[in-house]
Design a binder for this molecule. Sequence first.
Ligand SMILES: [Zn+2]
Length: 206
Amino acid sequence: MKIIAMEVGVIGTNCYLVINEEKRTGVVIDPGGDADHILEKIRQKEITIEAIFLTHGHSDHIMAVDEVREATGAKVYISEADADMLTKASSNLSIYMGAGSEFKAADKFLVDGDIITAAGLKFQVLATPGHTKGGVCLLCKDTIFCGDTIFSESIGRTDLPGGSYSQILHSIKTKILVLPDELKLLPGHGPATTIGWERRRNPFLQ
Ligand SMILES: [Zn+2]
């Protein structure tokens, strides 16, 4: 498994390309903008994209979803609780970023505990509400794609609609901190970290 991180969109969201090098397939996580850049990287790597996973429905994580879906033919996955954020500009907050953006509905839902096989890789869905109602993390091998649930020494904001401070802490403690220290965390913004580092250093978790 090879992971390529790309910072995309107006507020620098991490979009991840997860590649199965043997099969020359991959998935895209959070195509938050700069569709041309994401698609160019996919072409360069000569891979077929088999799924597009959305950790949650905020506009900075989904702005390029329709272009990437159209160009690759891949199915789009989001949790049911965040599904209307794709199709309603008022829900995905894009109206506050200058332009109301609405997208086609998702093809499939991410359900807590499900293991989805895509590009020959297994992704386990961890429901982690708190930043949004339907926020999820995706566990693949030794890596968790954690969206805006947890960041290096910080956590996702909880003051937006659907956010809850007590819920995000509960999600982190019951879904992430129960996993081994050495697992990598690849967040929706900022640098990568590990569970062990956050267990010791994250000021919100002490
Ligand atoms: Zn967000």
